[in-house]
Design a protein around this ligand. Structure first.
Ligand SMILES: C[S@@+](CC[C@H](N)C(=O)[O-])C[C@H]1O[C@@H](n2cnc3c(N)ncnc32)[C@H](O)[C@@H]1O
Length: 286
């Protein structure tokens, strides 16, 4: 069993989004793998980016040259697009928006409206992610609709900290690509390019609560495996929940069990597996 040791350190928490089970904690390990494999001027690609915590840490700590943040969920994509490329407006809105249940209802309506602009959809995604229980987009606000809970709706909405995270994103905008493609397409587009390292964290095989877009079916997991298995000589690392169905898709690849050194409360308790391409040289430490 790989133990990936990592202290839950706010210092490395760069993403403005909260992501239950997010993989920020893997960044030291991924950074070491990139270094060990002597990849230069690396483009680090996450086809299933979500909160993109590991990607941002690798970029800000200068472990990679560029990052590609892709998510098929339009709401998540719109957040990244607006926060990174329309950051001044985004920051103004963070400071001006009220954080209360009334506003929450407005943002919720924007979020489920198909015709919302990219900026409005992106901001509402951020707003709900910061004000909802566990950051889950279709959950209730922290403290409940009556605000009777111990924690209130603004418990995770520190405006100064969040504005600073968005400002930092905008500083790096020339080194970030944001896309809204299906993960498989992204693999086709990027995996065989020179100096690309891909980290894939697809929706879990076992669907838990609806934490994020999760239409991934058995067929999709199989199609992903087919594509990755066809590319054993490219640089990729994949993580999944530890299920025999998944292991059986990657019998020819190296697979290791790993556990994160802290408890992920919400979604991804317990053991996970990491599968890697044949070409990768990997030491057994984080
Ligand atoms: C397990 S989460 C990734 C979490 C991320 N590693 C983090 O640290 O925050 C999976 C992500 O894949 C996205 N997704 C679901 N289906 C997808 C697809 N077909 N192509 C690309 N992204 C997809 C979801 O919206 C979700 O954000």
């Amino acid at each position: 069993m790989f133990k990936i040791a990592y202290k839950r350190d706010q210092k490395y928490h760069f993403s403005p989004l909260r992501y239950p089970g997010g993989k920020t904690c893997l960044f030291p390990f991924l950074g070491n793998v990139i270094k060990e494999n002597k990849l230069e001027s690396v483009t680090y690609v996450e086809p299933f980016a979500g909160g993109a915590g590991a990607a941002l840490a690798l970029l800000y700590l200068e472990k990679v040259d560029r990052i590609v943040i892709n998510d098929f969920d339009k709401a998540i994509y719109s957040f990244w697009k607006s926060a990174i490329f329309d950051s001044e407006r985004f920051i103004k809105k963070i400071f001006n928006v009220p954080v209360n249940v009334n506003e929450w209802r407005k943002q919720k309506a924007i979020n489920i409206n198909d015709v919302s602009s990219c900026f409005d959809l992106g901001f509402s995604t951020f707003y709900l992610n910061r004000t909802n229980i566990s950051g889950v987009l279709d959950a209730r606000p922290i403290g409940g609709l009556n605000q009777k809970g111990k924690w209130k709706i603004d418990a995770r909405f520190n405006k100064v900290t969040l504005a600073e995270r968005v400002r930092q994103l905008s500083e790096y905008k020339n080194r970030i690509t944001v896309l809204n493609e299906d993960g498989l397409k992204l693999i086709d587009d990027y995996l065989n390019r020179k100096n690309v390292f891909m980290y894939l964290d697809p929706p879990y095989f076992d669907k838990g609560a609806t934490l994020y877009l999760n239409h991934y079916q058995v067929d999709d997991h199989e199609a992903l495996a087919k594509k990755l298995n066809e590319n054993p000589e490219s640089f990729w690392v994949l993580t999944y929940d530890d299920k025999p169905e998944i292991k059986s898709l990657y019998l020819k690849r190296r697979t290791v069990d790993f556990s994160l050194a802290y408890n992920v409360r919400e979604a991804r308790k317990g053991k996970e597996i990491m599968i890697m391409s044949d070409i990768l040289s990997i030491k057994k430490h984080g």
